[in-house]
Design a protein around this ligand. Sequence first.
Ligand code: MG
Length: 321
Amino acid sequence: MSNRRDFLKSASLLTAGGLLAGKATAMPATAPAATPVTTANKALGLQIYSLFNELYEDTPKRLAELREMGYVNLELAGYNNGKIGSIDMMEFKKMAEDAGQKLVSSHVNPPGNSPQEFFLMNYTRDQLPRVKEYWKATADDHAKLGCKYLLQPMMPTVKNHDDAALVCEFFNEAGQICKDAGLQFGYHNHNWEFKKVATEEQIKNAHPFMEPGDPIEDLFITGTDPNLVVFELDVYWTVRGGSDPLEYMQKYPDRIRVLHIKDRAVLGQSGLLNFQNIFNQMYTNGIQDYFVELEKMPDGRSQMVGIKECADYLQTASFVK
Ligand code: MG
């Protein structure tokens, strides 16, 4: 990450070279910058879903504005058949690169069997060949985009341990296909994954005051191959699911490798999340990649305003490197 350390390093080099002591005027006033100039010195990530339609009003302009705020790492949403939204994907990549951004990650779901089924909900073994074909084409496209991660954001139906085990088989297959294409496959949670499913044995032996069973998220983590599947923990949805993101990061440090940094609306305003603890744990675990995410602003202000306030929060927070 081009972050504060790099900034301080280059600042000290300038000082050592005496440029800050009066020689700066020797530099050409209009020296072309390799990347757009920004006052934000921390490299931030953003899930582009956060912009809703504002992204497509004037995409190059929006991307440049995001870069100004410090968002240099983008996670895509809206990939469909070689397009991001309605923009050809390679054109989108060029727009992002021109703005000084990298396409690091992307959210995609295997599609359903009809236009009414937005994504495949009910996994059965006979769907596997079609889903594998989907992942192959999608992984090849994302390799062209230079992405590091390809992540599934939506949960298929899981009513019991057997359903979870079948979903894990699908995830492992996706993981192998992505690995062959040079990408890392992963899964992103909402709140539903923290619901417990129980075996008959667990129900029979349940403590009277305790809900029996295992959270679906845990079944996904323990049921998939660590060499093929990582997890992107959405810290807000984890809390909304009644769980503690810190506990999950401590329990599965090798499996949770990406984060969604998210609050009910603008970061740090709800009091539901302790971002200082979350960032500290993120650094302890050596997690490199995180993406800010913002749902629809609840007060009618634009998404860009909310995204800027999220950036300001992180740029000024002492615990964010
Ligand atoms: Mg999320």
